[in-house]
Design a protein around this ligand. Structure first.
Ligand SMILES: Nc1ncnc2c1ncn2[C@@H]1O[C@H](COP(=O)(O)OP(=O)(O)OP(=O)(O)O)[C@@H](O)[C@H]1O
Ligand SMILES: [Mg+2]
Length: 454
């Protein structure tokens, strides 16, 4: 519960509401204590007021009766030329706290109130405040803290009860609305993801998006669209797999038929008749190409490359090996090969797979050179990736070829090319989390780039 979204939400809501209640409660106590003391000052002023007019003699018992309502034990009025002292209750021998009400400071009042609530009780207070009595500059009262604290306590209790009630209500409302508007729909989405994950081929598990206009509605619609796409791709893949299996069977039989034809054409090539011999030779090469095409297609259909099994090795050496293999046996060509990769550059990848990638690219470059030109391989460290460029000085490729470059079975130029080299090479680099891309192509040459994450 504490780890679920709703559990955390509940905890946070309670915490925040309590924090905001405390923020209101503390200053409210400060203001209340000031008010209570203000009331005491007012009572004191009212009860001493009759005795501040000159030349009036008051009978003792009347004086005592009036002063009784002063709500203080001693009162001192400071006037321009004199000070009036009124002793009402028992005199206090010592003052524990002095509170000055002449200047209003909320934080001071708050601290005073907290001090009274937590430390107060049996202390004696000396309170000084501005006076509204004519000619008086200030009035001070001395009183015990106990009644002040009792009043403050009553008020605090009332505020507390109200605050707890309000917090509970706000907390419940905030939680309920967040739960209704956010948590519940998110749960619905995560539930839908889990269900779809169990069986993505079941169309009934695709999320039915609601008509909400907010972010959650958007997430629902995007998720539903993604699930529909994925479902479509899976169906398409199933159908393609079926077609592929059929093609594989046909290719397999075709290869056997072609092998028979090859035997016959070999015998024809042995004929004495020069015309027959010439035709037979053409037949042999054509059948050879057909066999190669049938075999590679079969292989591609069956291949399921394993996930890369990475190891660390020197990139330069690997490129050297792959280039040698790519140009192996081609003595008819004058191609210069420059391996400009740093000696010390070590990469982490599946060596066999990277070998196949480089082999395909160098082979293609070699074929594009038609006998003469240069192939250069360079490598550069980027941010978090290594880029290996394979550049040739061939004539480049047409726009049509470029548009379909990495699609399987797309080939131009070389007779007998299966058009699988680049498709496989790209699959392998992407399997590494990298990519294979055409950087540039034109009459001055072509550059392909392998990127590998470091
Ligand atoms: N460096 C290059 N310069 C010019 N064209 C290129 C280059 N590399 C590839 N191409 C073009 O892209 C096509 C596809 O290349 P890809 O390697 O996929 O197939 P392929 O070489 O025809 O056959 P194979 O499967 O035997 O490699 C090539 O036929 C060629 O026309
Ligand atoms: Mg190729």
């Amino acid at each position: 519960m504490a780890h679920s979204l709703s559990g955390r939400l509940l905890l946070l809501t309670i915490l925040y509401v309590l924090a905001s209640t405390a923020l209101i409660f503390l200053p409210a106590m400060g203001i209340e204590e000031r008010d209570i003391l203000g009331d005491h000052i007012l009572s004191a002023e009212l009860s001493i007021l009759p005795f501040t007019t000159p030349n009036q003699d008051w009978p003792d018992d009347l004086r005592q009766n009036l002063l009784k309502h002063a709500d203080a034990d001693e009162v001192l009025l400071r006037r321009r030329y004199q000070r009036d002292y009124f002793q009402i209750g028992a005199p206090h021998s010592k003052i524990d706290r002095t509170i000055d009400l002449r200047r209003e400071r909320l934080w001071r009042d708050t601290l005073n109130a907290m001090d009274c609530l937590f430390n107060g009780g049996a202390r004696t207070l000396y309170v000084i405040a501005p006076s509204s009595i004519k000619d008086a500059s200030s009035i001070s009262i001395i009183l015990s803290e106990a009644p002040v604290r009792a009043e403050l306590m009553t008020y605090a209790r009332r505020v507390m009860v109200a605050a707890v009630f309000i917090s509970a209500l706000t907390g419940a409302l905030v939680f309920a609305s967040l739960y209704y508007f956010a948590v519940r729909p998110i749960r619905r989405i995560t539930g839908a993801i889990g269900q779809f994950h169990e069986n993505p081929e079941d169309a009934s598990r695709i999320l039915v998006a609601t008509a909400r206009a907010d972010e959650i509605g958007l997430a629902e619609r995007e998720l539903a669209a993604m699930q529909r796409d994925l479902y479509g791709f899976l169906r398409q893949k199933q159908r393609l797999a079926a077609v592929g299996a059929a093609v594989s069977r046909i290719q397999h039989d075709l290869r056997n038929i072609l092998a028979n034809a090859q035997l016959a054409s070999d015998r024809l090539a042995a004929s004495e008749d020069p015309e027959v011999k010439k035709l037979a030779l053409r037949l042999v090469t054509t059948i050879d190409r057909a066999i190669v095409l049938a075999t590679t297609t079969l292989k591609y259909g069956r291949t399921q490359d394993l996930p890369p099994c990475p190891s660390e090795f020197c990139l330069k050496a690997l490129i050297e090996e792959a280039a040698t293999a790519a140009m192996d046996g081609r003595t008819d060509i004058a191609v210069s090969f420059a391996n400009r990769v740093e000696d010390a550059l070590v990469v982490r990848a599946d060596r066999d797979q990277l070998f196949r990638v480089v082999l395909n690219l160098v082979k293609n470059a070699c074929e594009a050179l038609h006998g003469t030109g240069a192939i250069t391989v360079t490598a550069a460290h980027g941010s978090g990736a290594i880029a290996v460029d394979i550049a040739d000085t061939g004539l480049g490729m047409s726009d049509i070829m470029r548009a379909k470059l990495f699609q399987p079975f797309v080939s131009a130029g070389r007779p007998g090319g299966s058009g699988l080299g680049l498709a496989i090479a790209r699959d392998l680099t992407r399997g590494h989390g990298g990519d294979l891309a055409l950087v540039s192509t034109g009459p001055n040459g072509t550059v392909f780039r392998i990127t590998l994450p470091v």
